[in-house]
Design a binder for this molecule. Structure first.
Ligand code: SAM
Length: 261
């Protein structure tokens, strides 16, 4: 499912000095992210400094700590690194490298190494790969190429953890579809083609080409954006048939894979 957004943590994309006609059709690139990060950095990232946001990212670190039994971690698309810094708070033996377009140091534990591109990684070097809210940025071709690159830099028996937003319920999807049609007709500026939300089935099939599937977990968030595990959902074409009204609209899916040879 295509994902469109017009803002991210109080930054309205229309306020960025960018050609918004272009980004309605094209996903954000490093020029877009540079502008976004520059906007955040004005006022020392106060725009991002929301209690719930920090809570959600730290809580994600606590959940990952309960799952990961490896120490040498690569986080691709590390962003603010709040989650990874929380891992280091919980266990100083973690050895973490992050990759992103640019480094946001406000919350980043200084022990975390930073790279800008996957080509800078050493082959056969990491025990665990974190893909936390990042594969939605890639189309299928780019994702397949990346999965092959990930395979090369991971050691045997390493883990791959993919944590992504889940697809909505069928009812919500129908509403979104109408909204997307409206946006197309109006050529609504400010809406950026943010990426693709994939079903658990699609994510698993992509990673299973190179890695062994281990297990999945599903989460909903409460008012404070803390994640709570829930059972898997009944689905039609990947869309959830029903979900509790108490769940925040965006539930998430976490899948674990292993490199076995
Ligand atoms: C939604 S953020 C998630 C950040 C972080 N993993 C988290 O959970 O808070 C996605 C991040 O992926 C980064 N990203 C997207 N495409 C990338 C690429 N090709 N190379 C490096 N980083 C990328 C973006 O810059 C952004 O920081």
């Amino acid at each position: 499912m295509n994902l469109y957004q017009s803002s991210f943590h109080s930054v309205k994309f229309n306020d960025l000095d960018l050609d918004m006609n272009m980004y309605y059709l094209q996903r954000p690139d490093n020029i877009f992210f540079k502008k976004l990060y520059d906007r955040w950095s004005i006022d020392n990232y106060k725009l991002l400094d929301e209690k719930n946001f920090l809570n959600a990212k730290r809580n994600a670190g606590q959940i990952l700590h309960s799952i990961i039994d490896k120490h040498k971690i690569l986080s691709f698309g590390i962003g603010t690194g709040i989650t990874e810094s929380e891992l280091l708070k919980l266990d100083s033996n973690y050895d973490i490298t992050g990759i992103d377009y640019s480094m946001i140091t406000k919350w980043l534990d200084p022990r975390i190494r930073f790279l800008r591109h996957i080509d800078e990684c050493v082959i056969d070097n990491y025990d665990c790969l974190l893909l936390n809210s990042v594969i939605y940025s890639f189309d299928n071709t780019t994702l397949s190429t990346l999965i092959s690159s990930f395979y090369k830099i991971l050691k045997k028996d390493s883990l791959v953890i993919v944590w992504e937003q889940d697809l909505p319920t069928l009812m919500t999807y129908n509403k979104i579809r109408k909204f997307h049609k409206y946006l197309h007709c109006r050529k609504q500026l400010g809406f950026v083609h943010w990426g693709f939300i994939r079903s658990p089935f699609v994510i698993k099939s992509k990673f299973k080409k190179m890695f062994k599937y281990v297990t999945s977990k599903y989460f909903y968030v409460d008012k404070n954006w803390s994640n709570y595990e829930t059972r898997s959902f009944y689905r039609l074409n990947g869309y959830k048939i029903w979900q509790s009204k108490d769940f925040h609209a965006n539930t998430s899916q976490l899948h674990i894979f292993k490199k076995i040879n």
